[in-house]
Design a protein around this ligand. Structure first.
Ligand SMILES: Cc1cc2nc3c(=O)[nH]c(=O)nc-3n(C[C@H](O)[C@H](O)[C@H](O)COP(=O)(O)O)c2cc1C
Length: 387
């Protein structure tokens, strides 16, 4: 096998503010629950270093609990083993991860994550803190989803809606974590604004019924996310890029939508771009799926067109099955759809791709694809011994 020039668009650098990424390949954020005491250790360093040595230009870390009392708990991963980005030990751990990624020539952004309604009340590092929900709602209990009935029973009862001071406290927590990320040498900030977690629960009308300035039409529902971006921008200054992940699907319901039309999506995209986002990551299960009726354009394509910012496509790249179907079937075969991804980058539909399970299965994926060599299939059990 040999070099295929049709794949060259994947291997061109891209500049975002003061940062040049070596290529168009990002590692998608993937929770591992493998940082004991909420602190990344030597195994975490090796895990990320290996992916950069394998040719990935940008690591987006697993979700990192932001510096707010209710950011982590039971519900999504093991709260004692999800990393934080505050406290001396966690910061020292990240400093070593960042240094290892830089030594291999890669870039790294932490994904700042607040679980919002997903955190089971009374769990996590600060069990007494109330979980944060814009309107006290977790979401529908009959969504198309892989969450278990036992879990739903623990979270479904409505709680008190977030108070204004809790909103301000959460925004400030994101900003503190971003400032810490800058201090330990991260190259940019990734914000988790998808999958039904705190920021997304403001975007989603099912969980945001507020009648103040944080609720109502898309512009109002975007307000919390915009405040988070602005606070992060103020905390990190003008040079570091901010990447923002949004998506239609929710853990509570894979068929959920925050925007019914391109016009509605445009309101959110422009608000994020104006607030200071440099790279928009459109979370989908199949990267090339048309996002709206009447057009073949992908969600990352729409996001680019509507925001005027570079975008990242993700979902099923290099693999035959999407995320949830591979959880059900136990794996996914190799699929050479990365030619399609490269062609869409060349055509200006989107700018980068992110790889999730393909990089779990094969840390060498980028180098192998570049050299025209076969890559590994994904087997769900790989998650249990992620290294
Ligand atoms: C084990 C696992 C953990 C994940 N954790 C996160 C996470 O912490 N944050 C996030 O935004 N997405 C998370 N995702 C979603 C991925 O970032 C990605 O969007 C999804 O896997 C689709 O990409 P893929 O088809 O290339 O795997 C996770 C996915 C997997 C498989």
């Amino acid at each position: 096998m040999s070099h295929d020039p049709a794949l060259d668009p994947l291997f061109q650098p891209i500049t975002l503010r003061g940062l040049t990424l070596p290529n168009r390949l990002a590692m998608a954020p993937m929770t591992r629950s493998a940082s004991p005491g909420n602190t990344p250790d030597a195994a975490v360093i090796d895990y990320y270093r290996k992916r950069v040595a394998g040719g990935t230009g940008l690591i987006v870390t697993e979700g990192v609990g932001v510096d707010q009392a209710a950011s982590l708990g039971e519900g999504s991963g093991a709260p004692t083993h999800i990393p934080l980005l505050h406290g001396e030990r966690a910061l020292a751990g990240w400093r070593a991860v960042v240094a290892a990624v830089h030594a291999e020539g890669g870039c790294i952004f932490p994904q700042l994550w607040h679980q919002g309604a997903f955190r089971v009340e009374g769990t996590g590092p600060q069990p007494a803190a109330p979980s944060l929900r814009p309107s006290g709602l977790w979401g529908p209990d009959d969504g198309y989803s892989t969450v278990t009935p036992d879990y739903i029973a623990r979270v479904i009862a409505p709680t008190r809606p977030m108070r204004e001071e809790e909103i301000a406290d959460a925004v400030a927590g994101f900003a503190r974590s971003a400032a810490n990320a800058k201090a330990v040498g991260f190259d940019g900030i990734a914000i988790h604004g998808a999958s039904g977690y705190l920021i997304d629960s403001f975007f989603w009308p099912q969980t945001n019924r507020r009648t103040d300035r944080y609720g109502g039409d898309m512009a109002a529902r975007a307000t919390f996310g915009v405040e988070v971006v602005r606070a992060i921008r103020a905390a990190i200054g003008p040079d570091m890029p901010i990447m923002f992940r949004f998506g239609q699907w929710k853990q509570q319901d894979f068929n959920a939508r925050i925007a019914e039309t391109p016009d509605e999506l445009g309101v959110l995209m422009r608000a994020l771009a104006e607030a200071g986002v440099d790279l928009i990551d459109a979370s989908t299960i199949y990267f090339s799926a048309p996002a709206f009726d009447g057009s073949p354009l992908s969600l990352a394509g729409w996001a680019r067109k509507l925001s005027g910012r570079p975008t990242v496509a993700v979902g099923g790249i290099g693999l035959s099955e999407g995320l949830f179907s591979s959880f059900r079937t136990g794996g996914a075969a190799v699929e050479r759809n990365f030619h399609d991804a490269a062609a869409r980058i060349a055509a200006g539909e989107f700018d980068m791709i992110a790889l999730g399970r393909a990089l779990i299965a094969d840390p060498e994926w980028p180098n192998r694809v570049r050299r025209g060599e076969p890559t590994n299939a994904y087997v769900r059990d790989m998650l249990a011994r992620l290294d």
